[in-house]
Design a protein around this ligand. Structure first.
Ligand code: GLA
Length: 679
């Protein structure tokens, strides 16, 4: 089929806010399916992902296919008016395949092979795996591409969740091919990897290996290239499945991303353009200090991957997960609040893992829309309530989120910044990103999370948190943004290395080190990482931890100095006029109040409207050419009132002057025309 990506994406665009879920009917008998489908209708579920882990059922032995049960469930869902998000089923190889071809099993960095018995036990570079998987995809595509229930193709599942990096000989050969394409000659590779260090020079391609377990630290440039290769390799695998599906069908194709705090192995900026629809899986992570803020960040980043277009939340949990140390059940109202936070931030489809809680297997304690205890439960009642509330929001489908602040986020920088032998293991890239995001959130502004190098013209403020690795083009875009009148906030450990993980320094000493000396009007002479217990005080009364540095101002004004710590009297926060704009530099890890205060000043300077919000309240606006919808999300334990005029969609009431949002509640107001014009 020769449809374009734009056509396939357009064919997806839902005209209402869709409720969906993963469904694993292979775990249940047919009599349960009928009950399930009836309850799905009752809840308003209209999109169901099936066949995600179906391989062993539909191909029980090599080349022997049995689609009877999948046919039945497809037809059953269709007869109930439910559309299908059809998995290609390739996520986990069946036992017959790993028995016949143990070479497809992935190998860890220490050279030991991982056994089957879990899931995703396959090497991304394995030709045997690819051939078996594509064989299955061809059969699934042939059988279902014209099925009237089919709405979306779901390639594999969370590619790279467990098998992102394989160190086997097949992967090593594929890595060398990838390196040849990148560097052409071994000499160029030696140069880029800095192999003069520790006698690591290569004279032939066949000497080059993945960064397998060694006695000491490995080469950081080799590691980052292996991370790039590994992300590309799974993307290439995705392309293989997607090409096959697109050759027989014009139905949109996607896979579920893992934009989340604990998985970082895919560079989704490179994957995004290959998806017809952007889809993400997100679970609240109670190992973090601010799980709810991380949810908002992940949603904003997913929207960035979708370039602002509405996106699909492919999985979330109705209550507890089963893979954290402490799997917290959600409080009443929390599932609705989480869901509407995703919707506020651009999701038009919200799905859950999973429909019915499993009786067996590693996820039997994972929550579902329909819990083990059945329908006389608060989770089920909340499922019904959610279905009704999403229905009330249908008019905002297709609208886009308003934001005038951008935050630059980079998976490559994440990989590189947390490699071996860095100045401090306490400098965690994502923590610094989250700290900057939280400081913006505390000032009541909505943030677009964008890729390095993305156009910044539509923004008033750009935040660059600890962007350790940055290429020349991205430096230029940030610099030009400020020159043209924008305001930037750059935080410590930014612009340290280029894309080869080589320090940005000039051996002649003519220009100072770092990526932004002119833009920031400062340069850094030496880093002074801190012990975990060290607290710094700044001259403006602010507090900080983790990091200090000896900052040398050239053209910048010093806004605050270190009043304690290893660089007393040295600049901690600076501000530099540059072109028609200004660039702030923060040379330490500010605590939450100090960072929020600093961000407030930068937002003022950039002219960004800030909302006075109580702690724990989020306000986000979605709009199109004719309408604006304001979400007021109250995560706090107190009722709040928020000034607004319009029509509240969830309670179907008219709001004049201000809306009361109960503790833990959400209100969505279609702004009246005057309100839309002024706010
Ligand atoms: C992931 C997977 C699902 C399930 C959930 C559990 O998102 O895609 O199959 O394992 O996690 O949270």
């Amino acid at each position: 089929m020769t449809t374009s990506r734009a056509d396939r994406a357009a064919s997806w665009s839902p005209d209402s806010v869709v409720l969906g879920c993963d469904y694993n009917p292979e775990q249940w008998s047919e009599s349960v399916w009928h009950q399930d489908v009836a309850l799905m209708r009752e809840a308003g579920v209209s999109l169901v992902a099936i066949n995600i882990f179906g391989w062993a059922e539909i191909e029980p032995r090599q080349g022997e296919y049995n689609f009877d049960r999948l046919d039945t469930i497809m037809d059953l869902l269709h007869s109930a008016g439910i559309r299908v998000n059809l998995g290609t089923g390739t996520s986990s190889p069946p036992a017959w395949l790993t028995t016949l071809h143990p070479e497809i099993l992935p190998t860890a960095a220490d050279g030991t092979r991982r056994w089957p018995g879990g899931r995703q036990a396959w090497c991304p570079s394995s030709p045997e795996f690819r051939s078996a998987a594509l064989g299955l995809v061809a059969k699934v595509a042939e059988r279902y591409s014209s099925h009237p229930a089919l709405a979306l193709w779901h390639v594999s599942n969370e590619l790279g969740c467990h098998n992102a990096h394989c160190y086997c000989d097949t992967s090593a050969a594929a890595f060398r091919e990838w390196l040849r394409a990148r560097y052409t000659t071994v000499d160029a590779l030696n140069q880029a990897w800095g192999t003069a260090f520790w006698s690591q020079r290569y004279s032939e391609w066949n000497q080059i290996l993945p960064p397998r377990a060694t006695l000491s630290s490995t080469n950081p440039a080799q590691r980052i290239d292996f991370s790039r290769f590994s992300s590309d390799e799974l993307l290439d695998y995705y392309r293989g499945e997607a090409a096959l599906l697109r050759s027989v069908s014009s139905i949109p194709v996607t896979t579920n991303f893992m934009v989340t705090a604990h998985i970082r192995s895919q560079n989704y900026w490179q994957w995004a353009s290959e998806m017809d629809v952007i889809a993400n899986d997100h679970y609240l992570d109670h190992r973090l200090s601010h799980p709810v803020s991380e949810l908002s960040f992940a949603a904003d980043l997913t929207r960035g991957l979708a370039q602002g277009a509405p996106w699909v939340l492919m999985e979330q949990a109705s209550s507890a997960v089963s893979w954290q140390p402490h799997n917290l059940a959600k409080q009443p109202g929390e599932m609705l609040r989480n869901t509407l936070t995703h919707v506020a931030r651009g999701a038009d489809t919200v799905c859950f893992f999973q429909w019915r809680a499993s009786r067996h297997g590693a996820e039997k304690f994972h929550s579902a829309l329909l819990p083990h205890a059945g329908t006389d439960t608060s989770v089920w009642r909340e499922t019904l309530d959610l279905g009704a509330k999403l229905h009330a929001l249908e008019s905002l489908a297709g609208t886009r989120v308003e934001a005038s602040v951008a935050l630059i986020f980079s998976w490559e920088s994440w990989w590189a910044a947390e490699g071996d032998s860095q100045p401090s293991t306490d400098v965690k890239y994502l923590e610094q990103v989250h700290a900057a995001y939280d400081a913006l959130r505390a000032n009541g502004v909505t943030v677009d999370v964008v890729a390095p190098g993305a156009a910044l013209n539509d923004y008033q403020l750009v935040v660059v948190p600890s962007l350790y690795l940055v290429d020349d083009d991205s430096i230029d875009v940030i610099t030009e943004f400020v020159e043209a009148g924008g305001v930037a906030v750059v935080t410590f450990f930014s612009g340290i290395v280029d894309e080869t993980d080589g320090i940005r320094c000039d051996p002649t000493g003519e220009t100072p080190p770092g990526a932004f000396p002119a833009l920031l009007g400062v340069w850094t002479e030496q880093f002074f990482p801190l012990m975990p217990e060290t607290q710094l005080v700044l001259s403006d009364g602010g507090h900080a931890t983790t990091w200090a540095e000896h900052v040398r101002p050239t053209t910048a004004d010093v806004v605050a100095e270190f009043a304690s710590g290893p660089v007393p009297g040295g600049p901690a926060i600076t501000r530099n006029r540059f072109g028609s704009g200004a660039a702030w530099y923060v040379a330490t890890a500010l605590d939450e109040p100090s960072f929020a205060d600093l961000m407030g000043r930068a937002l003022d300077e950039a002219g960004v409207e800030q909302l006075e919000l109580r702690a724990g309240v989020e306000v986000v606006t979605r709009s199109n050419d004719s309408e604006r919808f304001r979400f007021v999300i109250n995560h706090s334990a107190h009722d709040i009132s928020f000034p607004v005029d319009g029509e509240e969609l969830l309670t179907d009431t008219t709001i004049a002057g201000s809306v009361t949002v109960p503790a833990g509640g959400v209100r969505v107001i279609r702004l009246s025309v005057e309100e839309g014009a002024t706010r």
